[in-house]
Design a protein around this ligand. Structure first.
Ligand SMILES: Nc1ncnc2c1ncn2[C@@H]1O[C@H](COP(=O)(O)OP(=O)(O)OP(=O)(O)O)[C@@H](O)[C@H]1O
Length: 201
């Protein structure tokens, strides 16, 4: 699905990612942890092509599609949730209202609400960012600090959601320094001093 092979990323000679190597199989639920500033967001930006990697390579299967939430998601601030999500979906696909609604219901957002995004709380924006990463049936899902701003019930709903995505054979990679209880990770990595290392536990 996705092969990340000795990926490197430097900025003006400063090496942030020295060696990141991992492979994603269908249904993998992967946790990448590491201290602030270790390069988790940079790794996702290099995988998605927002940044051009300075070394190594990423190979995505022909039929595979990446959905990503990286840092603070940007929205059309004066438009409501449905306008924002349908705008994003239509860049590549048809907007599937009913399918998207299932994710909104699971995370406690109202897809029919006329409230503009500028009035959304940090947690609500985060949920909208998670939903846009999965609503087009993307099968390689990269979530950077997805639990930011989520309350206790929403964290449980989020854990259920990602566990279900993995059961469907979609692969989810979560980068975070905190733990979300209830996520059934099958692989753990640590990013430290630019090197991504797999942990057995
Ligand atoms: N466009 C850029 N230009 C220069 N340096 C950058 C750029 N993007 C990221 N960096 C540097 O890369 C390093 C890693 O940043 P990154 O945001 O990837 O860390 P992180 O692990 O996601 O941090 P956090 O846990 O705090 O979110 C930082 O030192 C940052 O300053």
């Amino acid at each position: 699905m996705l092969e990340v092979d000795h990926l490197q990323m430097s900025f003006q000679g400063q090496e942030v990612i020295k060696d990141a190597t991992f492979t994603l199989e269908p249904g993998d639920l992967v946790h990448i942890t590491g201290p602030n500033g270790c390069g988790k967001s940079t790794l996702f930006k290099a995988i998605t092509g927002i940044y051009q990697a300075t070394g190594g390579k990423c190979t995505l299967g022909e039929k595979d599609e990446i959905g990503a939430l990286i840092e603070n998601p940007g929205f059309l601030e004066f438009a409501d949730l449905k306008s924002n999500l349908s705008f994003l979906a239509k860049l590549k696909h048809e907007f599937d209202y009913n399918y998207t609604q299932t994710f909104c219901q699971r995370l406690g957002l109202d897809l029919a609400s006329k409230q503009r995004m500028s009035k959304y709380s940090i947690g609500m924006r985060q949920k909208a960012g998670i939903i846009q990463a999965v609503m087009e049936k993307q099968n390689v899902i990269l979530l950077d600090e997805p639990s930011r701003g989520l309350d206790a019930d929403s964290l449980l709903a989020f854990a259920d959601l990602v566990n279900d995505l993995a059961k469907e054979g979609r692969s989810v990679v979560i980068a975070s320094h905190d733990q979300v209880p209830g996520i059934n990770y099958n692989k753990h990595y640590v990013l430290e001093q630019g090197v991504l290392t797999q942990n057995e536990n």
